[in-house]
Write a protein that binds this ligand. Sequence first.
Ligand code: SOE
Length: 374
Amino acid sequence: MTLEVGVLGYRFMGKAHANALARLPMFFSDAPDVERKVLVGRDEEALSEAADQLGFAETATDWREVVDDVDVFYNLGPNHVHAEPSIAALEAGTPVFCEKPLAPTLEEAAEMAEAAREAGVPNGCAFNYRFVPAIRYAKRLIDDGEIGEIRHVRGRYLQDWLVDPEAPWAWRLDEEMAGSGVLGDLGAHTVDLVRFLVGGDEHAGEIERLSGHLQTFVDERPVEGEDSETRPVTVDDAYSAQLEFANGAMGTLEATRYATGHKNDHTIEIQGSEGSLRFSLERLNELEVLRRGENRGYETILVTDEDDPYVDHWWPPGHVIGWEHTFVHENYELLSAVANDGTFEPSFEDGLAAQRILAAVEDSDERGEWVDLG
Ligand code: SOE
């Protein structure tokens, strides 16, 4: 059986997923057969160019014609087009994969998760960093109790594409289209990784309360190609949050688009009663581990052995992989779940759980006080 895939969106994420779909049969022999059937977008010329380049058989300018005509629907559009097409696809019984954050608002995310529950088909939210081998290795160590009881979690995601006040306006800077700024765009990834790694009841558990802070540094930006026209920035440029987990562990999170010199710097640090872990996306083939009683510095583990997660599908041990491979792993798990009537994680439910935390950060910033999530 060949799974026909329909993809809405053909820019950055469209490319990342089209690349993953093309790599799957070459490297994952047990993956289901997939056809890049139809690419969806509004601008016909750009769309047909993208379809040729990314290997799609057809194009469509209306997602309504596509959602019940494919075996899986990928919604890789901007945040404000996540809810309607995704819900329509789920109502048609089509498995859906949707970009993060799941929706611009908590209300829409809740509707999407409800539609997914009712449809009972595989559904996924695009938290691709769960599919980094070193992150999966870290989870294994945490699950095996190797670092003991979790006490501290630190996550930060630093980018710098807005440092220049003349950098052009983009949809990501508009509340109507994006919902929130860096909070939803980058914070969602960190929140999901924290939930994935330590969110289980046997670890730190749920985030029970938090205090959040948002900041916008530049509140209007030039419109590209339009002399002297500007548009307002209506979302956050940076956020930070302090967390308290169910087991009493403490967390700090932050992200910004103003971290001069940092392009895509996502780091997670965890300290437990028996040891500590450190991961940096800039060195994604590595995990740093420090065990209790051996405090002579972190040991760097290269997560590139054939028995490390997903590594045997690629090159001989020690041959590193990159950012784009996370999408191949993600597509492998998603499409295998679709082919085998299985389930996929992170699901819409995980997208909603992350969104609750993001909404609480906004709420706390507005109220100027800690917010309970319990
Ligand atoms: C933003 O710059 C961005 O492209 C995010 O939207 C992605 O989710 C992240 O992986 C990289 O940065």
